[in-house]
Design a protein around this ligand. Sequence first.
Ligand SMILES: *Cc1c(COP(=O)(O)O)cnc(C)c1O
Length: 493
Amino acid sequence: MKYISTRNQNPSEGLVNSAEAIKRGLAPDGGLYMPCEIPSVSLDKIKELASLPYEERAAEILSLFLTDYDKKCIEDDCRAAYGAERFPGGAAPLVKVTDTHFSLELWHGPTCAFKDMALCIMPRLLSRALEMTGEKRRAHILVATSGDTGKAALEGYRDVDRIDITVFYPQDGVSPMQKRQMATQQGKNVKVYSVKGNFDDAQNGVKRIFSDKALAKKADEKGFFFSSANSINWGRLAPQIVYYFSAYADMLNSGEISLGEKINVCVPTGNFGNIFAAYIARKIGLPIDKMICASNSNRVLTDFINTGVYDRTREFYKTMSPSMDILISSNLERLLWLAAGPTATAEYMRALSENGRYEVPRDILSKIQSVFKGYSCDESETEKTLRETFNNLGYLADTHTSVAVGCYNKYLAETGDKTKTVVVSTASPYKFPYDVCRSIGKAPETDDPALLISTLEKLTDTKAPKSLTDTLSLPVRFTKVISPAEMENAVFD
Ligand SMILES: *Cc1c(COP(=O)(O)O)cnc(C)c1O
């Protein structure tokens, strides 16, 4: 299977296989790689998946897209990535919250956020890609993170052969717990910087380095090249398709649905990666009806889905769901490409970068609206949802997950649609203990991560994940704060 850039106007050129797409991250024309053909998964195949453990479900789905990889290698990598050592609570358990609300918990990995689902396996896929493409240089992974990607990538790439990684996070855009997790990162091949500004400043800095030919040449002379671990990389997206199949398989196994019955999904969204993976799952045959795109106060996607106007020129809010504080949702480009084709996509992206906005025509918008529903929750709605979900349903959700739960509740109230719905849970409540405690009713008088954790444990009678409590005793290694303009130098430092 070949991959093509979303901005490629001449498909007789520039196609690559999946190893090359994963190695590059971003296409040379600034577009994102997409598979040229969409494979298909039959209901019989879905039934087969239901009898397999997560790592084997993953190998089956991944090998549909990574056709140049040896299937045996994919199986080995999936076993190493998703086994009980990294996911002691199961890779993607589904918890029944109400008769229609099923919480897909994607945070039982080493860093307690859903980014682990992809970043446990992506370094292995990249390592193999270096071999498969005859690459002689080292790969240097650049990551702009709104909090969770950074730690998951650092953990995934730490001490991986022939790969180095530099992570940039916005100075005041991450929680104290996230900061601590990154600042204490171990490994010989890792660097972490705090950047003045918000997530978009950090992400733009990384994009600038990626697109600078002179920097690429300088890196080449020093024996390395740049690659990304952000969700613009197909190697991040492909592993995320898996858990939607896995959730469906689990619902089959528990008798909640019958084979072929449609479900809805509701995804707390930032960069549009996670929900786009669900859309691919739907496209290749998973019976999904509606897809609810949940945003926090930075509701640029809600407005886009409801009006067809994408407008990033608006106030940026710092919220208690920082991993969704994003005004440029990069993966939306992939949806636009599927809906409107490469010429229009390139034009929208040009308009976005020059004017900060674009508008899609009515027919394209109708196509999108036939599948996607956009809702948002502001801070007080999120807080109320978190509290009521815990008090009334006995389910403790983190702040990001609570945005999704709140949006799902709005959808339910508006439509009365009783379709069973997978609401994606993207982080452990213990990654955001201050806001979780505050929402339940008691604002702790401390910002010390250790005290916050023990407060939340007492308040809710639950237990913090061991991987989080373990970080608290590690020494802080990274404290540097830089401006966006200093990012280039930091990389070559
Ligand atoms: C990254 C992240 C999101 C947003 O996911 P996207 O793929 O960027 O849409 C939501 N919640 C948490 C906890 C995250 O870390």
